[in-house]
Design a binder for this molecule. Structure first.
Ligand code: MF3
Ligand code: CO
Length: 266
């Protein structure tokens, strides 16, 4: 059963839908499949492969496993994946241009498995990358996990953003403001909003049964973004590299549960 609470979110008359144990279990199955896709992608990434080939792999893999790519057709978006290279922050289109040694690329997707959605983005190094790019990847992934640590019942949404922002800025990088995490459930984008910046103790209080994404986008240079003419792809204003790591998480009685966690490889 879905438990709906009529909590008003900072003046926006939209409800936060709390998820039942059963729904969270279904979303976890969806998330496990998504995590497996990312681990397959990791093996494919190398200089010479195109993000179009990754797109085709993901589309086929999901369908072979009884799932569908939720992003395809969403508000007119045409692909199963977003593939954002180097200074592209998010919503890059898969394309037939080979990745080059030293590039970084973020693959983002939403999986629909038996009606349950999960959302996860991951950044990958293509061959050997610069020390600076490596640091960006490490800092962004760490920032995601520091945010997740704060995602527990009783904390506030600002605690998540604050943990991410202070860490990232302390490392000399910046947090993208124009795109934020979101609730997820029957719909890809639900309440609450999850900014990756903010003040501790501010914003809505987190409750058991909330399911949302935490998905910090981190730039080496300025945090500002600009939009490409295609109306989708955002990139850094100064051309600096941008990385992103995203998990879907559920707030459980004993803390956050990561629904899209990748199994440790041996
Ligand atoms: N996966 C994205 C997110 O993290 C949404 C992509 S927008 C789409 O929210 F239209 F491409 F699906
Ligand atoms: Co995503």
């Amino acid at each position: 059963m879905i438990f709906v609470t009529a909590q008003l979110c900072e003046g926006m008359k939209k409800m936060i839908v709390l998820k039942s144990q059963r729904e969270i279990e279904k979303m976890k199955k969806s998330g496990e499949l998504l995590a497996e896709v990312h681990q397959q992608i990791k093996k494919l990434i190398a200089p010479g492969i195109t993000t179009w080939e990754i797109e085709e792999f993901v589309d086929r893999f999901l369908r072979e496993h009884g799932a569908t790519p939720e992003q395809k057709g969403y508000k007119g978006y045409q692909y199963a994946t977003c593939a954002s290279i180097n200074d592209e922050i998010c919503h890059g289109f898969p394309r037939k241009e080979p990745l080059k040694e030293g590039d970084i690329v973020t693959i983002d997707m939403v999986v629909n498995y038996d009606g349950a959605l999960s959302d996860s983005a991951w950044s990958y190094a293509v061959g050997n990358v610069s020390d600076e790019a490596n640091k960006l990847l490490e800092v962004t992934e760490k920032a995601l996990y520091l945010g997740i640590e704060q995602a527990k019942a009783g904390n506030r949404v600002g605690d998540i953003g604050h943990a991410i922002q202070t860490f990232v800025e302390g490392q000399g990088f910046s947090v993208v403001r124009d795109f934020i995490g979101h609730g997820i459930g029957a719909a890809m984008h639900e309440k609450p909003d999850i900014p990756h910046y903010g003040l501790p103790g501010k914003g809505i209080r987190l409750k058991e049964g909330m399911v949302f994404t935490i998905e910090p986008m981190v730039n080496i240079g300025a945090y500002q973004s600009k939009m490409d003419n295609n109306g989708w792809t955002a990139r850094t204003v100064d051309g600096s590299l941008s990385a992103q790591y995203e998990h879907t998480i559920a707030i459980m009685p004993d803390g956050p549960m990561i629904l899209t966690e990748q199994k440790k490889s041996l």
